[in-house]
Design a binder for this molecule. Structure first.
Ligand code: DC
Length: 231
């Protein structure tokens, strides 16, 4: 069967990674979480004192980009690849609200994007890849055979993210999660370099009122149709 490239973009917490992981398992494709790469660079900046609540030394971060090596290693027990920063597993550390609160500033830096997009393009060279993010259908894989653009209301997304953080044991308030979701929507959509926009040929999926099963079946149908069209 022909292998295709699947690009999934959308606002934060629209369930992109959930459906991407389900699809990767079903199709035996590689799943790449591009947001994890921006989070890894952000984590590096935090660890090295380059970003804090009222200061961001973007010049130093750009200067130090060559020290940042991001990789993924498949974790069989989890069923997906975890992200490593300079060979250290940071999958858990990058999912905090603190990283979320800084990541959009880091993702707005063109030098950061250039480095990560180059790596992402390489990861997709052999097709059979599902990548999620903000600019996958527009910048990383503009020729992807299937592009999805996921949306859901800010409240629905904040509730989902809040539940995830609480289940991990993080102490957060719903209000701060909602604020973060809305702030990132704004920053990610209004930055100059590769803002979050729906690619012209992307199919919009509003999952505000869909169960996970309904969403998966709908998208799997789209994937099957696309693969048939390519044969
Ligand atoms: O998907 P996520 O919430 O883990 O992504 C974290 C941030 O990274 C998001 O707020 C914007 C940025 N990002 C990006 O600019 N481009 C991508 N392809 C993926 C993520």
């Amino acid at each position: 069967m022909n292998k295709i490239t699947i690009a999934i973009d959308g606002f934060s917490s629209t369930g992109k990674s959930t459906v991407a992981k389900q699809l990767a398992k079903k199709l035996n494709y590689v799943y790449v979480d591009s947001g994890a790469m921006y989070r890894a660079v952000t984590f590096y900046a935090m660890q090295n004192g380059l970003i804090s609540d009222n200061d961001f030394n973007s010049e130093a971060l750009i200067y130090q980009l060559s020290n940042i090596n991001i990789s993924f290693k498949y974790n069989k027990a989890l069923g997906f690849a975890e992200v490593y920063l300079n060979d250290i597993n940071i999958e858990k550390q990058i999912r905090t609200l603190e990283v979320s609160s800084f990541v959009s500033q880091v993702a707005a830096i063109s030098e950061v994007r250039l480095k990560l997009v180059e790596q992402q393009k390489k990861m997709g060279r052999d097709k059979g890849v599902i990548m999620d993010g903000r600019d996958i259908g527009t910048v990383v894989f503009p020729a992807a055979e299937l592009k999805l653009f996921m949306i859901a209301s800010a409240q629905t997304r904040a509730e989902r993210r809040f539940q995830e953080l609480i289940e991990r044991g993080d102490k957060v308030e719903y209000k701060e999660v909602l604020n973060n979701v809305q702030e990132r929507d704004y920053l990610d959509s209004n930055r100059e370099d590769s803002p979050l926009v729906k690619a012209e040929d992307a199919i919009e999926i509003d999952n505000s009122n869909m169960t996970l099963d309904e969403q998966f079946n709908k998208i799997l149908q789209l994937v099957k149709m696309t693969i048939e069209d390519c044969e």
